[in-house]
Design a protein around this ligand. Structure first.
Ligand code: GLN
Ligand code: ZN
Length: 787
């Protein structure tokens, strides 16, 4: 890269640099601490609000210090920005007993968490709610991120009214501190599209005209307080949209532009390419359009060519969802001609999307390998990168020459590092054959061999893997991590827990046992920590939902398995019983989807590498005598691309990776898999193609309706439809489980059916698990009597 900047770059004070949104949790998870103290009654509302205000102030100050010129407000939330929007417009279902007026905090948290008892989590810690009292709103994934939002709920013809002045309050709060911010709102069309209705046959977008007056009011009030720009997020612009949705966008922005012409709207479309919505987006009467140029890098030229003369383009060039340091010189090379063409006044530099999805500060990491650390950037480092781009692109490249050079050096070092590139892995990848992705015989033949070998009764009973992670288990793990509990004592403790669980399963008469997963902190982390190519942060928390934060593993290099990961635990637990002990692994697609993934190879390739490592484990387990091996793919569906047209490609490599990791065994070895809370209709072909001998799924809450997809598809392999909702502390009785099984028998052949809970039992208490599984075994016996 030559230093050609002078020839193409204009000199202006500086290009505007925006963040779109920042992590709200606080560098030391202050928000979580405050929320949990508040919920526990240890602090009052006032002190919760004080902490929130401190976090916002610190956040604004950090952005300013790093050189951000377009600082957002209202990107903060006590729980979730979509919930904030529901509350802002008064979309509050009747069960919460709200009578109008400004929404009390208690109502807000009731919508977030239910009014009594804790929100419930699935055993892998991702989003679920249940429990008693007034239930929380439903929760689901925010586009294809691992952030979860509270699903708005609408009724036909409902009206809206401004019920929270949060955007205005936070704008004023920032202003009082000396920041002219750009408030952020979830766009009206995205908001309605994300919402659900319990009534049949009504399109939530039909509520648009009822909703818009609230947005108009918010914009007017913001204008009255002095706001010039407002960022309106419409990530629905990167989805497959029908004409109704496009019409809704046109209508919404026409109304807003006409009603509040004094506000300049920056319309933010992120998480992908605008694709076939490009012309719709470009025709909207807004002042600015934000583009995701990480996911949708190819759209820039066409957008620039077609953009109306006055439109400000916000170029999302720094990855807001991943943690890699940018290669600034190559970005500059791409951006210089664009900026020169458009003029500095028409360009802003931004991350691809809000930085909500990345950890806050890389400098807080003390344990990372020094090289790896050099290749990373968290939100604060990304702000600096944005600022450097802004300076360089406005004719001040000399000033930031050092940072650009450092970025270039880091990128070069990363490219060549032996820590990333493992020739042995490359060689194995080359040597993958079709044969390696196929079991020796088709399912029918395998099933015969397996049935003869195992001699299990009809409707065999089993569980999904984990048993309660009690306070004792967590305490022991924490002590071991801290070093206050020695390796030997910790192992002794885990062995006792495991032995007790195994004995108990035998006692109550389960047919296929599990060891309980007491040694695992998390189903992905446990494997990541033992694989080459992964590393872990100490403070790299990102919000999964509400006050739940996760520290995703960082996949930075070629993956390999230096030594067996689960073999000893399997051997030990099988030594305790004659019954089959299922070995328990996490599948490659799930490991990939719940990690920060390297950006220098394709996801499919990274996944295949993980698959090879898991395959090694599967083969070793079989060699050691494991008769059944379960490979969990809880997150397979989560990885589906936002655009339908890309589904096949993803599903092909995802299924292929599963087959690669599971097909190294003989016919007589039974491969199980497990998937949580999935809808199966639209991916049933892929599920079939995985060709697992047995799949366990979550079905209890759907009253077995999920099985319709399997029935229609004539899914031939064995299935364990969950009969016990593990998200709730409730203990189902025998009759209830039997009833579900009767429903299952209407859709499946008896020989196909296994009996198990919906998911792992990690988050439950033994007092709940014990009676529930005793009932489950009894239900199986009664069912056998019917058959
Ligand atoms: N084996 C894991 C467990 O039982 C599976 C959890 C999951 O898929 N979410 O916890
Ligand atoms: Zn599950």
């Amino acid at each position: 890269m030559s230093n050609s900047s002078t020839s193409t770059t204009l000199t202006v004070a500086t290009l505007d640099v925006a963040t779109l949104g920042t992590p709200r949790i606080g560098p030391r998870r202050e928000l979580k601490t405050a929320l949990e103290s508040f919920w526990a009654g240890k602090i009052d509302e006032k002190s919760l609000f004080a902490t929130a205000a401190e976090l916002r102030a610190a956040n604004w100050a950090r952005q300013k210090a790093r050189g951000v010129t377009v600082i957002p407000s209202n990107d903060f939330s006590l729980y979730d920005q979509v919930l904030d929007t529901s509350v802002m417009v008064g979309a509050i279902p009747a069960i919460y007993g709200w009578k109008g007026g400004s929404v009390p905090l208690a109502t807000y948290f009731a919508m977030a968490r239910g009014s009594e008892g804790e929100g419930e989590t699935c055993s892998h810690g991702h989003a679920h709610h249940g429990g008693h009292g007034v239930p929380a709103q439903e929760m689901t994934k925010w586009f294809d991120t691992n952030y979860h939002y509270m699903v708005p709920e609408f009724t036909r013809g409902q009206t809206f009214a401004l019920s929270s002045t949060k955007p205005i309050d936070e704008y004023k709060e920032a202003k009082a501190l000396g920041y002219q911010t750009r408030p952020v709102l979830v766009g009206p069309v995205t908001f309605l599209k994300l919402g659900k209705s319990k009534e049949e046959g009504f399109d939530t977008l039909s509520l648009l005209d009822n909703l818009l007056p609230v947005y108009v009011e918010v914009l007017k009030r913001l204008a009255a307080e002095g706001a010039e720009w407002v960022q309106i997020d419409e990530p629905c612009l990167v989805l497959d949209l029908d004409d109704t949705a496009r019409q809704a966008l046109r209508r919404a922005y026409a109304v807003l532009a006409e009603a509040v012409p004094q506000i300049r709207i920056m319309l933010a479309a992120y998480f992908g390419d605008l694709g076939d919505n490009r012309d719709t987006a470009l025709a909207l009467p807004v002042a600015g359009l934000h583009l995701d140029l990480v996911r949708g890098a190819d759209q820039l030229a066409a957008v620039v060519a077609k953009a109306p003369k006055q439109l400000v383009l916000s170029l999302g060039v720094i990855d807001g969802r991943n943690i890699w340091r940018a290669d600034l010189p190559s970005l500059l090379e791409k951006l210089e001609p664009v900026v020169a063409g458009l003029g500095g006044g028409r360009v802003q530099i931004a991350p691809s999307c809000s930085m909500l999805h990345v950890p806050i500060d890389l400098d807080a990491e003390t344990g990372l390998d020094a090289d790896v650390k050099e290749w990373l950037a968290f939100s604060l480092q990304k702000m600096s990168e944005l600022a450097v781009l802004g300076r360089a692109l406005s004719g001040h490249r000399d000033e930031v020459a050092d940072q650009i050079a450092a970025s270039k050096a880091a990128a070069a070092k990363r490219k060549a590092s032996p820590k990333i590139h493992n020739p042995a892995v490359a060689k194995r990848m080359q040597a993958i054959t079709d044969q390696m992705r196929r079991r020796n015989s088709p399912f029918d033949a395998r099933a015969k061999i397996q049935h003869a070998r195992f001699g299990l009764p009809l409707f065999p009973t089993t569980t999904i893997g984990s048993f309660p992670q009690t306070a004792d288990v967590r305490k022991a793990r924490a002590a071991h991590t801290k070093g206050t509990l020695g390796d030997a004592q910790y192992e002794e403790f885990l062995k006792e827990e495991t032995a007790r669980a195994v004995r108990w399963q035998e006692e109550i008469g389960l047919d296929v046992l599990v060891h309980g997963e007491f040694e695992r902190n998390d189903m992905v982390q446990y494997f990541g920590e033992q694989l080459e190519g992964f590393t872990f942060t100490k403070q790299g928390w990102v919000q999964s939902y509400g006050s739940r934060y996760v520290r995703p593993p960082v996949l930075f290099g070629d993956v390999s398995r230096p030594k067996p990961m689960t073999l000893d635990w399997w051997r030990y637990s099988q030594s305790l019983t004659k019954r089959p002990m299922k070995a328990m692994l996490t599948g490659p697609v799930t490991i990939l989807n719940w990690s920060f993934v390297r950006d220098d190879v394709a996801r499919s390739e990274a996944c295949r590498q993980i698959a090879l490592a898991i395959r090694d484990e599967v083969v070793d387990l079989e060699k050691a005598g494991a008769r059944m091996i379960q490979i969990d793919e809880a997150a397979l569906r989560e990885g589906l691309p936002l655009r339908r047209s890309q589904w096949t490609t993803y599903l092909d490599w995802a299924v292929e990776s599963f087959r690669l990791c599971s097909s190294g065994v003989a016919d007589e070895t039974q491969i199980h898999t497990h998937m949580c809370y999935s809808e199966f209709n639209d991916i049933i072909d892929a599920i079939g193609a995985m060709d697992a001998d047995v799949i366990s799924i979550e079905t209890s809450r759907s009253k077995m309706e999920l099985l319709d997809a399997f029935k229609t598809y004539r899914y031939p392999n064995e299935i364990g439809p969950g009969v016990y909702d593990i998200h709730s502390p409730r203990v189902p009785d025998v009759a209830e489980m039997k009833e579900l099984l009767v429903l299952a028998r209407k859709r499946l052949n008896d020989a196909q059916i296994w009996i198990n809970p919906d998911c792992g039992l990690k988050t439950r208490k033994w007092d709940e698990v014990r009676p529930a599984l005793v009932n489950m075994v009894a239900a199986a016996k009664e069912l056998r009597a019917l058959a």
